[in-house]
Design a protein. Structure first.
Length: 189
């Protein structure tokens, strides 16, 4: 099956890994399973959250992705291929619905600027740590994998060690949008 949830789940499994006990992710959040910050009942993961099984982690991932896909489809007003939706769904899983809801990516996507929207994925490889915005190599690799899937350069599985595109396609308009988005993110620090 090559639907968007399967694509996103494959990316999440690859880049999050499976941890059955609560742990703090690189962005500083308590997490469990394949990078879930909340349990099936909606409660936040904490250091006191009991360990889960691999079966529970898989069920939690699929439940979370199904809920996120519903939210994504509420925000996106253009048709998406399973690859595009899967890449966006993994991005949303990793960053949250609020990140996509107010993003330049969503604005570009809904205005029909499909390629420029996909390029926006590559910008989101930073996290806040000790009051500073830093690039996380794992996020850079994940964003490139999402980008490859979004563009159709691969059908769904991109190993974490795969080489990233040397130069993603850009346009003058997209370069300016990227600069604007980066300035907006830095201004919110």
């Amino acid at each position: 099956m090559n639907d968007s949830i399967s694509i996103a789940a494959g990316l999440a499994r690859e880049y999050e890994g499976l941890r059955l006990k609560p742990y703090i992710c690189p962005a500083g959040y308590w997490t469990i399973g394949y990078g879930n910050r909340c349990l099936a009942n909606g409660s936040a993961v904490t250091c006191l959250t009991p360990a889960i099984t691999a079966v529970q982690a898989e069920a939690l991932l699929m439940l979370t992705l199904a809920g996120l896909r519903y939210k994504l489809r509420q925000l996106v007003h253009v048709a998406l291929t399973p690859n595009k939706e899967g890449a966006l769904l993994d991005w949303q899983f990793n960053l949250g619905t609020s990140a996509i809801a107010g993003s330049t990516l969503l604005r570009l996507l809904n205005s029909g600027q499909d390629i420029a929207a996909g390029e926006q994925l590559l910008l989101w490889d930073h996290a806040h740590r000790d009051g500073h915005l830093i690039t996380l190599p794992g996020l850079t690799a994940r964003r490139h994998a999402e980008w490859l899937i979004y563009t159709g350069a691969t059908s769904g599985h991109v190993p974490a060690a795969s080489p990233s595109p040397s130069t993603p396609p850009t346009t003058t308009t997209t370069d300016q949008l990227n600069r604007n988005e980066l300035a907006r993110v830095k201004a919110n620090v």
